[in-house]
Design a protein around this ligand. Structure first.
Ligand code: GTP
Length: 324
C-alpha cells in the first residue's frame, strides 16, 4: 500500500514561522511534526507520496537530507488545489486502496489497525474518527450500524453537528475515488467529494488514546505535551548543567549551563540559553539564543531568534531571526 500525504497548505495560523518553512517542518518534541505523523505508518508501506505546494522546495530538501524509512516522492502543485485537487494531482501510480494522511495531526493510532479494520469492513473507504467536545473546526461524521458513516458535514454549526466524532486525518480509500475529483480547479475533498461517496459504503474507525490537530500555536504546544507524555519525545533529559524539570528534547550542540527548565521544551540544534534564563512549555528552533535571566513560556521561536537579556516572552510566535 502507498500513502498520500497532504502537505500543501499555507499554515497561516502559524505565521510568521511559516513564512520561511512549511508548517509540517516545525519541530515538536525532538523532530518535525511531519515525522511524528509518519510514525503512524507501518514499515511495509511501499512509497510515501507528498502532495505539496507551499514551500515545496524546502520540504523536498529536508526530506532528502533526513531520509525516511520508505521511498518518498514530492508532487508539487503550481497553485493551491485544495485537499481534493492535491490528491488528484499526486495520484499517478497510487495504490488501490491507498492511505490518505493530513500532515498536521498528532495521534495515538497505528495505520496498521486502520488497514485491518478497512479489510474487515470492505466498502469504498474508512475514515479514522476521534471524539471531541467542540466539533466546530472539523468534519463531523454520523455513524450507523457497524460504524457505517451515514452523514459527513464539514465544519457544521454546533446545533447542526450530527455527533462528536470528527475526521482524525487518517483515511483509506479505493483508488477509483480519485475519478470523482474534478480536474483543473481547487477542490475540497471533505466538502465536495466525501458526502457523495457515503452511499457506496464508508466506515468510521473510532480512535482512542490522544489526538491533536497541531495547526495553531496553542494546539502545537498541546501536541508537544501529549507526545512527551506518551514518551515519544526522545530521552527528554535536561541539558548538561541545567536545573529544573523536564522533559526537554535537546538537539546537538545545545548549551544551557545554569539555565532552568519547566516541563515540555524542544531545543533545536545549537540553541544557547544563558545562565539564569528560564524556559518552559516552548519550542526553540535551531540557533535560538536566550539571553541572561530571560524567561520564555508557551512560545514558539523560529530559527536564530534572539531573546534579549532579562526579557519575558509569553505565548508568542516569533519568526526567523527576529529579536525580542
Ligand atoms: P491554515 O492556513 O493555518 O488553515 O493551515 P493549512 O493551510 O495547512 O490548512 P488545514 O490545516 O485546513 O489543512 C489540512 C491539511 O491539508 C494539511 O495537511 C494541509 O497541508 C493540507 N492542505 C491544505 N490545503 C492544501 C492544498 O491546497 N494542497 C495540498 N496538497 N494540501 C493542502
Amino acid at each position: 500500500m502507498k500513502a498520500l500525504v497532504l502537505v500543501g497548505g499555507f499554515g497561516t495560523r502559524l505565521r510568521p514561522i511559516t513564512y520561511a518553512i512549511p508548517k509540517q517542518l516545525i519541530p515538536v518534541a525532538g523532530k518535525p511534526m511531519l515525522y511524528h505523523v509518519l510514525d503512524m505508518l507501518p514499515k511495509e508501506i511501499e512509497e510515501v507520496v507528498f502532495a505539496s505546494g507551499y514551500k515545496a522546495d524546502v520540504l523536498d530538501a529536508y526530506l532528502r537530507s533526513h531520509p525516511l524509512p520508505w521511498p518518498t516522492r514530492c508532487v508539487p502543485e503550481a497553485e493551491p488545489l485544495g485537499t481534493g485537487g492535491g490528491m488528484k494531482n499526486a495520484s499517478d501510480g497510487i495504490s488501490d486502496p491507498f492511505l490518505l494522511l493530513n500532515s498536521d495531526v498528532i495521534a495515538d493510532v497505528r495505520a496498521a489497525d486502520v488497514i485491518a479494520f478497512h479489510r474487515r469492513h470492505g466498502g469504498l473507504g474508512t475514515m479514522s474518527l476521534f471524539e471531541v467536545e467542540d466539533t466546530r473546526p472539523y468534519g463531523v461524521a454520523a455513524l450507523g450500524e457497524k460504524d457505517r458513516i451515514e452523514r459527513f458535514v464539514e465544519k457544521p454549526a454546533p446545533e447542526d453537528a450530527p455527533s462528536h466524532w470528527i475526521n482524525a486525518g487518517l483515511q483509506i480509500w479505493a483508488r477509483k475515488v480519485i475519478d470523482r475529483i474534478p480536474g483543473g480547479r481547487a477542490v475540497s475533498w471533505e466538502n465536495e467529494i466525501v458526502p457523495g461517496l457515503l452511499a457506496e459504503g464508508v466506515y468510521g474507525f473510532r480512535m482512542g488514546g490522544f489526538w491533536e490537530d497541531a495547526g495553531t500555536p496553542e494546539r502545537l504546544l498541546r501536541a508537544q505535551r501529549l507526545l512527551f507524555d506518551a514518551h515519544r519525545g526522545g530521552a527528554g533529559s535536561l541539558p548538561r548543567g541545567a536545573r529544573g524539570t523536564g522533559p526537554v528534547a535537546a538537539g546537538p550542540g545545545v548549551g544551557a549551563k545554569d539555565a532552568t527548565f519547566g516541563p515540555y521544551v524542544h531545543l533545536g540544534e545549537g540553541v544557547v540559553i544563558e545562565a539564569g534564563a528560564h524556559v518552559e512549555n516552548s519550542i526553540l528552533m535551531d540557533g535560538v539564543h536566550v539571553g541572561l535571566g530571560a524567561s520564555v513560556t508557551g512560545a514558539i521561536l523560529g530559527p536564530n531568534v534572539r531573546v534579549r537579556p532579562a526579557s519575558t516572552i509569553r505565548g508568542q510566535v516569533l519568526g526567523e531571526g527576529s529579536e525580542a
